[in-house]
Design a protein around this ligand. Structure first.
Ligand SMILES: Cc1cc2nc3c(=O)[nH]c(=O)nc-3n(C[C@H](O)[C@H](O)[C@H](O)COP(=O)(O)OP(=O)(O)OC[C@H]3O[C@@H](n4cnc5c(N)ncnc54)[C@H](O)[C@@H]3O)c2cc1C
Length: 449
């Protein structure tokens, strides 16, 4: 109910931001062309206004507003962020084409040496926007480090915002009317407020969310579990500030409270009912995760969370079907551990996909959980050894048909997919082939780009 309300409120807020400038402009200026301006130039203004409001939405979406990630999930937030970002680029392209089509002499505005400030800022914003999209699309091909990509992405986004604001300011006719000026001020304050929350308030309030490492437990040669406990704070009522979360949610971890420090997302793997300790199971794949491996008991760690909507606590179903690839098993472990604490009686199914036998995680604990829960576990290896008698290859229709009940009961289950993007996409296709209802499928991909 609360989630539905939050969803409705966010949808209304985004719609209001998107439509207000486009709807207000004709009300103030009259519906038709004015001052001799052509329909094409009116259209170009409309496209520009829509692109501006969409830009505000693009900035707000990934700003870690907890209510937003809880409502849409991180995959949903980032999917919409990318989609709206591309739409802004398209609208800016159309805006420029229409500016020239309305008055061919406007081509001279591209000459940034002689052009007025309003045109220079527009060219600058367009170039920054083009670079932003190109770097995002080509990131993997360019093999750019995530951290470098992220800071370039943030810097380019800031440039697009500032240059677009200056473009509107220097255009003058858009901010001449008091109502329009008030609207742009509200949009600017909203964008600045959200950016201030994300880049100042969140990092600066870090010390209140300080944890210490209790233990770093190896799981395999490349994966270990980081156990954290809150740092004791004398001022707090009970001395500790524990992390309350729903099973399947994630948190951002940093090893340094300063504003520019690296911060990475990890799913909370422990039960939501354990209390004091919070566990994260982490594959040491790159620089940050390797740094985590060096942590010693007592080392400080800063946690921002919980975030995300990839949790069983937001929905009702008759049982769960969980399909996990590699370390994507972490949210499933949190859900299963929590269900065991709750003495859940529903039938659940878990497919664990791993590359080799050594990569299979939590085998012993999963057999213990099978004693406590009505849980079927299928382990599937992509590269099985000759002695392997279990499932191998890919998660396909045969495997899921054998695992799932008939169509009617199948549609009452909730499906949770987590793992590498390619695996999640493949399993989505299989579930689609089995006519599993879309709203029943929930995904989380351990990749933000
Ligand atoms: C919602 C979510 C939950 C996750 N949960 C887990 C988990 O429980 N266990 C686990 O082992 N991994 C998890 N990951 C993946 C984990 O965040 C990355 O593996 C980690 O950030 C890699 O950092 P690195 O510097 O060691 O590796 P790098 O080699 O620098 O990065 C490897 C890849 O990880 C991604 N990545 C890197 N830095 C970040 C960042 N700051 N934010 C987001 N993505 C980044 C990029 O796609 C990059 O290509 C999760 C990711 C997401 C989005």
């Amino acid at each position: 109910m609360r989630r539905q309300l939050e969803r409705t409120l966010w949808a209304t807020a985004f719609l209001a931001v998107l439509l207000a400038p486009v709807l207000l402009a004709p009300v103030l200026h009259g519906p038709g062309p004015r001052d001799g301006s052509s329909l094409l130039s009116q259209l170009s203004v409309g496209m520009g206004l829509l692109a501006t409001s969409m830009l505000v939405c693009v900035v707000v979406l990934p700003s870690r507003l907890r209510s937003l990630t809880r409502t849409l999930g991180i995959d949903g937030v980032l999917g919409i962020h990318r989609f709206v970002g591309l739409a802004v680029t398209l609208l800016v392209g159309l805006h420029i084409i229409l500016v020239v089509a309305a008055k061919p002499a406007n081509v001279a505005l591209f000459d940034i040496v002689h052009a007025p400030n309003r045109a220079r800022t527009a060219v600058g914003a367009t170039v920054a926007l083009g670079a932003l999209v190109a770097l995002t699309v080509l990131r993997r091909r360019l093999q750019q480090r995530y951290e470098v990509w992220r800071w370039v992405h943030v810097a380019l986004t800031g440039s697009v915002l500032v240059l677009s604001a200056l473009h509107i300011w220097w255009l003058n006719h858009l901010v001449r009317d008091t109502a329009m000026r008030a609207l742009f001020t509200v949009l600017a304050v909203a964008a600045l407020g959200v950016l201030g929350y994300r880049w100042l308030w969140l990092p600066l309030r870090g010390p209140r969310r300080e944890y210490v490492v209790r233990e770093l437990r190896p799981e395999t040669s490349t994966v270990s579990t980081l156990v954290l406990e809150p740092r004791r704070r004398d001022g707090h009522r009970r001395g500790y500030r524990t992390l309350e979360f729903a099973p399947g949610q994630f948190a951002w971890i940093r090893l340094n409270p300063s504003i520019g420090a690296q911060e990475h997302p990890f799913t909370i793997a422990s039960s939501a009912h354990v209390g004091l300790w919070t566990e994260f199971t982490i594959r040491h794949s790159g620089d940050f995760t390797s740094e985590l491996r060096q942590l010693r008991p007592g080392s400080p760690v800063w946690v921002d969370g919980p975030h995300g909507a990839f949790t069983l606590d937001l929905r009702r179903c008759t049982g769960l079907v969980m399909i996990a690839g590699g370390v994507g098993i972490t949210p499933m472990m949190s859900m299963l551990r929590t269900l065991a604490h709750r003495r859940d009686r529903r039938p659940h199914r878990l497919v664990v996909v791993a590359r080799t036998l050594d990569d299979l995680l939590f085998r012993t604990e999963l057999s213990q959980l099978q004693q406590k829960l009505d849980l079927t576990v299928i382990e599937l290896l992509r590269q099985p050894p000759p002695s392997w008698t279990g499932a191998s290859g890919a998660v396909d229709e045969d495997l899921l048909t054998a695992l799932l009940p008939g169509t009617f009961r199948r549609n009452q289950l909730d499906y949770y997919l987590c793992g590498p993007p390619a695996m999640v996409t493949d399993v989505l296709t299989v579930l689609d082939g089995l006519d599993v209802p879309q709203p029943r499928i929930h995904t989380e991909q351990f990749d933000l780009v």
